[in-house]
Design a protein around this ligand. Sequence first.
Ligand SMILES: [Zn+2]
Length: 570
Amino acid sequence: MEWDLSDLYASPEDPRLFQDLEAALALAQGLDPKDLLKPDRTADLLARYEKALELTYKPLNYASLYFATRTQDPGAKALLDRVRNRYTEVKNRLVPLEVALRKLPEEAFQALLAHPGLMDLRHFLERQRAYAPYTLSEREEELLNLKDLVGKSAWSQFYTEYTGRFRFLVRGQELTEMEVRALRRDPDPEVRREAHQVLYGRLLEEAPTLSAVFNAVYLDYLQDLRLRNYGNPLEPVALRNEVEVRDIEALLSATESFYPLVERYYLWKAKKLGQEKTPSQDLLAPLGGKPKVPFEEAKEMVLEAFRRFSPEVEGIAREFFEKRWIDVYPRPGKRGGAFCSGGLPSTHPYVLLNHTDDLDSAHTLAHELGHGVHFYLARKQRLLNFGASTSLAETASVFAEILLDDLLLERLSGEERTLLLAERVEDAINTLFRQVMYTFFEKRSLLARKEAALSPEAFQKIWQEEQARLYGESVAWTELDQSAWAGIPHFVHYRFYTYSYALGYLVVLALYGRYREEGEAFVPKYLEVLKAGEKTSPKEILAQAGVELASEAFFRYGFGVLEDWIKALP
Ligand SMILES: [Zn+2]
């Protein structure tokens, strides 16, 4: 159950590996940005650009995967370093062409868009240009980049290092933040209470320092908006994710109108816990034990869940096992967690797991194989159109988990079934509703920052209000809960990132809602979404499956599914 990487290169010593990197470098050196002004030559220019990318991605893909199961092996580390250096060199040589494309005179750019030989790269070309109206002069961009090193990048770095040194004492053991956060899901209520106390107690103590970081990065962003002439604080993220500001706003208000579902769920959970309200330290409390699921059983379940949806999807997933594109069990030196590496149109995806024979691991298998099927199908596209945009990045993975749950819910009964239903609802609440609440917090505190720096108490007040709006009367809060905002790194490192989890999740629910309604007829439409890669915008891709992103029907389908899940709780 270890993966076989020989489809990429025979071994780390395979001479083709460095030959590919040399060839990439030579190709990158030969690119003449002036060919962008001659549309007849541009298709060939971009094909060579694409080939240079392919010849560097493939060695990097191999070296990263090789290292992932041998993190303690100095040879694997040295190979990865060497390949990364070469990769950076090639990427640097590609920059002049990328810059020239962004800065091409509008008339010349329109000539490229109109050229029949470049039809299939229209979306790629438009994406490259998207930021042109907000880009300043070369000198100004250079100055901003330099100042970022002591500005927002420095603050991000400080936040990571400073909070990374936090240690928490629980039952005589010194824990990292990751470890103490995990204890909030411990079966023992006393452990959960202690974890809650030390984590949020520390954040409350640190709020004066951490709010200074928030104030600095917020002000930096506000200045950036003004310098670059953005009209709305959501505009940069809308641009990046190829949606409209009004789509994000529609998402926020639609989700808000369904907030009572969250209150309803936590009142239900409180009852299960024998309380009137869910205590805040029990928000993540497990409601029961985790059933054991050996890998063979997990595999058969996932394949069965896929087969019921589409034999084609099942067939693709089967290839991962038969051709050894999957690395299953933990072992010394192997990195933790799980991921799917998408590969290239000319290769194929690989999946890494750390399977531990429980139901969570079975879900992870479904999730990563969902990604795997997505990348597998997206290989219909050339490299410049390969992959998945932000709004669709988690579509196939979460959809696959829902298919697995549907199968499990049919097989389980009584308390086990209730637990699985509750878990599914909690996932939805944390991925969808909570992320929207974060976005409201970020929006309000950013706008307030326009007037003046915010005190820790001002951040706390906005946080408490947003939290209360979301959970209604269903949670018993403590003094400590008002500090949770200070521990959410997204607020420091990115602007308005969290909404994208919510939108991505609603995309899945909307697709699933259509599947429930249309049955088998929907399957080919779904597969087309996955096959589209990044050939067009996520909006156009979804429209072809009959889903109109952020429309009234989109939300009706999505929240309709969710409402049914909550109603099904006994
Ligand atoms: Zn994922």
